[in-house]
Design a protein around this ligand. Sequence first.
Ligand SMILES: *Cc1c(COP(=O)(O)O)cnc(C)c1O
Length: 429
Amino acid sequence: MTAIDAALTEAKSNFAAKRPITRQLHDRAANVMPGGNTRTVLYTAPFPIRVAKAEGSALTDVDGHRYLDLLGEYSAGIYGHSHPKIVAAVRAALDVGLNFGAHHGKEIELAEVLTGRFNMELIRFTNSGTEANMMALCAARCFTGRSKIMPMNGGYHGGTLYFSHGASPINAPFDCVLGHYNNVSPTRDLIVSNAKDLAAVILEPMLGGGGGITASPEFLQMLREETSRRGIILIFDEVMTSRLHPGGLSAALHVEPDLKTLGKYIGGGMSFGAFGGRRDIMELFDPGRPDALPHAGTFNNNTLTMTAGHAAMTDIFTPEACLELNARGDRLRTALNDLFMHYQVRMTALGRGSMISIHPVSGSVTIPEELQKADKQLRQLLFLDLLDQGIYIAERGFMALSLVVTDDDCKKLVGAVERHINQRRELLV
Ligand SMILES: *Cc1c(COP(=O)(O)O)cnc(C)c1O
């Protein structure tokens, strides 16, 4: 048994000993759901925390432990829990009715706000980011009359569009050519050699789930040039990254794709997804056309999402609030990296603005392959050590600050990470 094994075994048994009710409920859940789980990313060993109540930036689990929530629902929980303006919007939606099976006014209002803010000519709504990406990819295939798509190694576009460590076995059966994130010339070569079959290139302008690596200007410029030249549709998955700048990350990086996808926080915390962009592509979905592409979805324009999303984007996550939140995140990331430098430990904080990922690697990281070999046990140890100090992040080290996280909360995290370093020093150098 290595020193890391021993530390982790002890941290897990400490975690379990403090959570008898959580364990009981986990066992019960496992009778009816595989592994007691219905969303893989939420599973952590020995068993995940189980929340009884959430408020503002606080979670309370079923055993009564309180946590500062820095996970922020993997970036979807940007408003904090039960924001009064969201609660009011949801109440208002309940009063008019949930699903009409018909058009209504709120969907226009939300579409107007989003197309304006994220520079899209036309937009359509879905129920999830996964669906938005599926629709954008299929639209690109129909528009170009080509079949292949190019995602990037390390990219995540939903449960059936997952390309970390290669392609997931449950991916949708697209004919994929896997690009190399931030690696200009091999990716250019793949685009050139597949050009006549390639319908779309899809990527996150910053890898979110993939660890917080931002696309380099040279890489994005190459993709924009090569796709434009060859009639390939460039799709930016901004499901996470749209929160990093008032106009989305593509605006901050000054590269405009042909299509964008949105999701997560934009629905105010309700199920949400959207895809949109160039008019000539999106117009294919105009049902008044004889050759229209169909786009179904029972809940696409449900009033709960449309109303909460509109309130959230106009009254809470204003451009000013967006800038302030991301500045706070930048300060926190700097504070963490200063700490790692000070203690000379093999840790680094990546990301941008309000999205931060702590990794057990040192030095600068520019391609996802450098993260894929990081020690998973060290990630688990940090996760459990932070839980023990009342802080909740993702096991993979991911955090997404919500608007109710304060500078004091950020200090609390830095202090907790410092205690982790002091306690585990010999494992981290
Ligand atoms: C979460 C996420 C998705 C999938 O969105 P769901 O609503 O969970 O289906 C797609 N792309 C990115 C970049 C994401 O972070």
